[in-house]
Design a protein around this ligand. Structure first.
Ligand code: NAP
Length: 279
């Protein structure tokens, strides 16, 4: 198959590497000439250009730009495409993207590979990034069944964990397992740094070990990504954060009332729920 990739960064470059290894012809478009050159030199793509015209004859295009650029790229791409071309994206939130892109191009299937690293750009692209990890597709009522089938087949060749759901369900699910943890973890660091006694703060730093390292990890990541989650998944994240605040309030009440029995029951419950949830 002739496959186009727009945005040759971590995700776009990694998709290109795997799909090319499987024998597909990869046509890459990126914003910078330098990125296109690196992609060609590194054998990531067969052809590369900064001009979207390059994708005039491909069967399927993965849009792998930052979220804010997805719909504008689709708009610029449309004049060069034939009506049969299928578009998909890899954006980490789905409702905002699908609402913007589906009306522009009916042959569009929203997607989100749940894979990544802390790095970005073409240099960060790697083979087998998606193997064994979930890949979510979010078709809507108007999405043609053949487009879903073709994207699903390609994605299934990258990983055996392919899930289909609606954009709203996707966004609420990732709010719980990805976006809320980032906010909670960032807030943990912020609260700890707010300790007013410098001696206690210094001692806390000296005593901190694996527990604090684990719980603060996702909150200490790339701020751009955190803002992206809040901005594009505002509704679902607010719902999760509000529910979390309610749980925190309950916890405070238990401590105030020295209700150790209820606290114990809650912690017994979460101890058994965690392995079930992560199975
Ligand atoms: P990235 O490494 O920064 O790659 C994005 C690439 O897009 C950049 O290298 C840039 O290429 C290119 N680009 C930017 N604007 C463009 C435009 N208008 N036209 C063409 N190319 C453009 O970012 P990423 O981590 O791969 O993320 C890309 C998408 O994947 C995002 O939508 C994100 O939500 C999603 N995603 C990310 C992860 C993750 O863990 N990182 C996981 C799942 C999904 P140049 O070098 O040419 O400027």
């Amino acid at each position: 198959m002739d496959i186009g990739i727009v945005g040759l960064g971590l995700i776009g470059g990694s998709l290109a590497l795997d799909l090319r290894t499987m024998g597909h012809q990869i046509w890459g478009v990126s914003r910078q000439e330098r990125t296109c050159q690196l992609a060609l030199e590194g054998g990531v793509v067969d052809y590369a250009s900064i001009d979207l015209k390059l994708l005039a004859k491909v069967d399927l295009v993965f849009i792998c730009t930052p979220i804010a650029a997805i719909a504008p790229v689709v708009q610029q791409l449309i004049p060069h495409l034939s009506p049969e071309t299928i578009l998909t994206d890899v954006g980490s939130v789905k409702q905002a993207v699908v609402e913007q892109v589906a009306p522009l191009w009916s042959n569009f299937v929203g997607g989100h590979p749940m894979s990544g690293t802390a790095d970005s750009g073409i240099e960060a692209a790697q083979s087998n990034l998606f193997a064994g990890n979930p890949y979510v597709l979010t078709p809507v009522e108007t999405t043609p069944a053949t487009a879903v089938k073709i994207v699903e087949e390609i994605v299934r060749s990258l990983t055996n964990k392919v899930y289909l759901c609606c954009p709203q369900e996707h966004d609420q699910a990732v709010a719980w397992i990805s976006h809320l943890p980032v906010m909670v973890s960032a807030n943990l660091i912020d609260a700890c740094m707010g300790e007013t006694d410098p001696g206690v703060l210094k001692l806390a730093q000296l005593l901190s070990s694996s527990g604090f390292r684990d719980t603060s990890r996702v909150g200490g990541g790339n701020p751009e990504l955190g803002v992206m989650m809040a901005r594009y998944n505002q509704e679902a994240l607010l719902r999760s954060l509000t529910s979390y605040r309610h749980n925190l309030d309950q916890l405070i009440e238990l401590l105030k009332h020295q209700d150790w029995q209820t606290l114990d029951a809650k912690l017994q419950q979460t101890q058994s729920q965690r392995p079930e949830f992560l199975c």
